[in-house]
Structures are given as structure tokens and as C-alpha cells.
Design a protein around this ligand. Structure first.
Ligand code: GLN
Length: 311
């Protein structure tokens, strides 16, 4: 990273942010200013540049701080997502450890969590009759969805499964970090394997199944940003030809695990509400209905609520 060394004299935080913003822009790195602000703030012990004490904006940086900023910025030049560079990221107000290649929680997934919370609040007598709800999360990644549900629902319990070892370890670490480990059972499990549901039977039946599954259409994977393609586990993204492979497995498994009053909440691609609706009609044996679709903050239909058909 020698060529990117800031010229002598540019030694305070504000100048360093400008320096690295310019370098990132020149190299076509997306979100150049945000990236350099996050990195400089992180090295100075803050989450955001704006939250740094103003005195730190103009105070000279130590050679050690300069070197750290240099090193972290060189990762950004390699298109590493800023979440992995910082090693932590906030989701629903929780600070979670992040580590490649575990899927980084996206802001829209907070909307899925909020929808689940609304549903639990509206149907308190149905969902989780004894104590709080029992929730199954399929594909827990860093644990973002499970841990934020646990933190909002003090009576709830979660079973979190993932087929990736790194994800299982990270969810476990994040659960401990947030002191939520007593209400979560973290199980390595691949729901696409025949009979996987049987491993979950002893823990069920559950009130809710929640998932942000891999749902990207295989042919769209190549168009994803380099940050995603080169760093995140493809198994957390690729949902097969129509992005439906894992969704179909989750829905096929749900009736065996759900209480009668139970629900499934999924994050999907905007093309999925229709595809999932017609897939469910082709599987009347599952007795599941798509009962509601919600849009994300960009207005795209991205969240599904599926329930057992009324008898
Ligand atoms: N929305 C994600 C992305 O574009 C994909 C999420 C997923 O497959 N669960 O990176």
C-alpha cells in the first residue's frame, strides 16, 4: 500500500478521511467517503465519524493509528466489505461480530424482524401460549435475526440452524457477546438433506419459522457486487435456477414442525411472491397458504407470511 501513503502533513482524522476518500474514488471503490469515515472512526474507537468527539477530528494521529488506517484501507481497495474490515456491524441496535465468509445482515432484513415482532404483538394469546414464542430460524448466518428477536421478546426461545460451520460458530459467539446464549439452541443442520426435519422434532413444535434464505437466482450471482461475490459464502446467496431451492425445502419442512397456529416468515426476491404462491398451490399436501406479502423500504415485494390453510 506504499503508493497510497498520505503525504506528510496530512495527519489528522479529517484529512485522512479526505485522503482515503480520494484514493477510493480514484480506484472506483463504492461508497468511498462512507468507507473511509468508518475506517478512521473505527481506529479512533468510535462507530461513526460523526460520533467522534470534534476534538479528535483535528488532533494529530499517532504513527500506530496511521498504520492501522493504512492497513484497513488496503483491504477496502481489495473490495472487502466494510463490515468485515471493521469486524462488527449493527443490526436492530445490536452490535454483532462479523467475519468472512458469513453473510452480512442487510438493512432490509430489519423489516422482516419488525414484521415478526408486530405479528407476535398482535397474536399474543395464539403465539407462544406457554411463555413466549418458540422460533426456528433456518440459515442463521451471524445470528442477526435470531438474536434480535430474542432481545425484543424476553420470553422467547430460538432454535437457530445453519449448514455452514463458520455461521454456527459466529452465531454462538454473538449469542454470548449479547448474553442471549441461554435462550438459543444453535444446531448445525442442512435443511436440504433428506430427513433433516427429524433432527428438529425433539425441539418442536414451533410457533414461528423465520428465514432469510439463499434466494438469488443462480444466473444473477455473477452480477452481484465484487464485495458480495468475492467475500460472502455463495451458499448463503445462491437459491438455484429460480432462487427457490431452499425456500421449497423450508416450506416442505414447515408443516411437520409448526404448531397449528404457526407461521412462516421469509425474505425473498421480488419475483418470489408469485413463484411461491404458485408453488404452494402445486403442493396442496402441505396445507400452507401465502397470506400476506410486504414491501421493503424501496417498495419491492420482499417479505412473505405463510400459514397453515384454514380447515
Ligand atoms: N439480498 C441479498 C443480496 O443481494 C441476497 C440475500 C439472500 O440471498 N438471502 O446480496
Amino acid at each position: 500500500w506504499e503508493p497510497h501513503l498520505p503525504p506528510a502533513g496530512l495527519l489528522n482524522a479529517t484529512e485522512l478521511v479526505s485522503h482515503w476518500t480520494a484514493v477510493f474514488e480514484k480506484r472506483g471503490i463504492p461508497e468511498a467517503r462512507e468507507s473511509s469515515e468508518y475506517i478512521v472512526a473505527h481506529v479512533l474507537g468510535a462507530k461513526t465519524f460523526q460520533s467522534l468527539k470534534p476534538v479528535l477530528w483535528t488532533q494529530p494521529l499517532t504513527p500506530w493509528q496511521l498504520q492501522c488506517i493504512q492497513e484497513l484501507s488496503s483491504h477496502r481497495l481489495q473490495r472487502m466489505p466494510v463490515q468485515y474490515i471493521l469486524g462488527e456491524w449493527d443490526f436492530q441496535g445490536l452490535s454483532l461480530k462479523m467475519a468472512p465468509p458469513v453473510f452480512i445482515p442487510r438493512p432490509e432484513t430489519e423489516e422482516l424482524v419488525e414484521w415478526v415482532l408486530e405479528e407476535v404483538a398482535q397474536r399474543p394469546r395464539v403465539i407462544g401460549t406457554q411463555g413466549g414464542p418458540l422460533i426456528l430460524e433456518v440459515g442463521c448466518g451471524s445470528g442477526a435475526i435470531s438474536l434480535s428477536l430474542l432481545s425484543h421478546l424476553p420470553q422467547s426461545q430460538v432454535i437457530a440452524v445453519d449448514k455452514g460451520e463458520a455461521a454456527i460458530c459466529l452465531t454462538r459467539e454473538n449469542a454470548q457477546r449479547l448474553r442471549l446464549q441461554d435462550r438459543i439452541r444453535i444446531i448445525p443442520l442442512d435443511v436440504t438433506l433428506e430427513g433433516s426435519w427429524a433432527h428438529l422434532l425433539p425441539w418442536g413444535p414451533v410457533d414461528l419459522v423465520v428465514s432469510n434464505p439463499p434466494y438469488v437466482f443462480s444466473q444473477d450471482i455473477e452480477q452481484l457486487a465484487p464485495e458480495i461475490r468475492s467475500y460472502e459464502d455463495p451458499a448463503a446467496l445462491d437459491g438455484g435456477e429460480e432462487g427457490m431451492d431452499i425456500i421449497a425445502h423450508i416450506l416442505a419442512l414447515a408443516p411437520r414442525l409448526l404448531k397449528d397456529s404457526g407461521s412462516v416468515f421469509l425474505e425473498v426476491d421480488p419475483r418470489h411472491p408469485e413463484l411461491v404462491g404458485s408453488w404452494l398451490r402445486s403442493r396442496p399436501d402441505l396445507s400452507l397458504d401465502l397470506v400476506a406479502v410486504r414491501k421493503d423500504f424501496c417498495g419491492r415485494p420482499r417479505f412473505l407470511h405463510i400459514r397453515r390453510s384454514e380447515a
